[in-house]
Write a protein that binds this ligand. Structure first.
Ligand SMILES: [Zn+2]
Length: 246
């Protein structure tokens, strides 16, 4: 992580938060609104979590004015980053925070799902725990509903608690139109073009079961969330020559 001190001297950025979110590796974070940070109510309970809490808060809100040595400065800087992350987890589940994260999601700033059949579905950051120091950030794909490790080591080191276990689910609850259509397509193992017998038998059995369930859901007028099979065939051209789809 670059040193904040050198950045301010260049006068390139004058605000700590600007510097923080524009630092490489911090692309998953959105900018927390100033009025959110300055409302003590939003910071309840964080005092015990962050060393040099008061100085850290002053640094984050650009009002820190103390003389101290480099070592102390480094400590305060570290605390400020931790404090920012903890407040971030709270901010991104507010109306304003959700809107900011939605913009980043739409631009694919959290990356795209690596699964081939998800066709570049954008991901959302999430934590497996809400307590800091337990696990690092993971990425959630709304299409295959699975979790992935971030590609970059800079991102892989971020604490998952800075995003929390609920944010990605709340975003889809608040913006239901953003829920991606589910895909029933999956990889079919083949040897020289012929389906592998055991795998094909299992898949046929599973797909029959799924078909029955989808029918039952349709009868009950429950939205299944699956893309229409035909529509999907047109959308994907991965196996154009495959005419033996079950
Ligand atoms: Zn996916």
């Amino acid at each position: 992580m670059e040193d904040y001190g050198t950045e301010t001297e260049s006068d390139y950025t004058s605000y700590w938060r600007d510097w923080f979110i524009s630092t490489r590796g911090n692309e998953y974070f959105c900018e927390i609104d100033e009025d959110y940070l300055t409302d003590r109510f939003n910071l309840t309970g964080l005092q015990a979590e962050v060393q040099y809490y008061q100085y850290a808060l002053e640094l984050v809100t650009d009002v820190l004015d103390i003389e101290c040595d480099d070592e102390m400065r480094e400590q305060i800087e570290k605390s400020a980053r931790h404090l920012y992350g903890l407040v971030h987890a709270r901010f991104i589940v507010t109306t304003r925070g959700l809107a900011k994260m939605l913009e980043k999601y739409k631009k694919g700033e959290f990356g795209k799902c690596p699964r081939v059949l998800c066709s570049g579905q954008p991901l959302l950051p999430m934590g497996l725990h809400d307590n800091p120091g337990t696990s690092t950030v993971k990425l959630y794909c709304g299409r295959c509903e699975d979790l992935y490790n971030p590609k970059s080591s800079r991102h892989a080191a971020i604490d998952g608690a800075y995003f929390g276990t609920s944010f990605h689910n709340i975003l889809f609850q608040v913006y239901p139109a953003m829920v991606p259509l589910k895909s029933a397509r999956r990889y079919e193992p083949r040897v020289f073009g012929f389906r592998v017998h055991a795998a094909a038998t299992l898949q046929r059995w599973q797909e029959e079961g799924r078909g029955e369930l989808v029918e039952r859901l349709k009868e009950a007028r429950v939205e299944t969330g699956f893309v229409d099979e035909e529509e999907e065939e047109e959308e994907e051209d991965l196996d154009d020559d495959d005419d033996s789809k079950l």
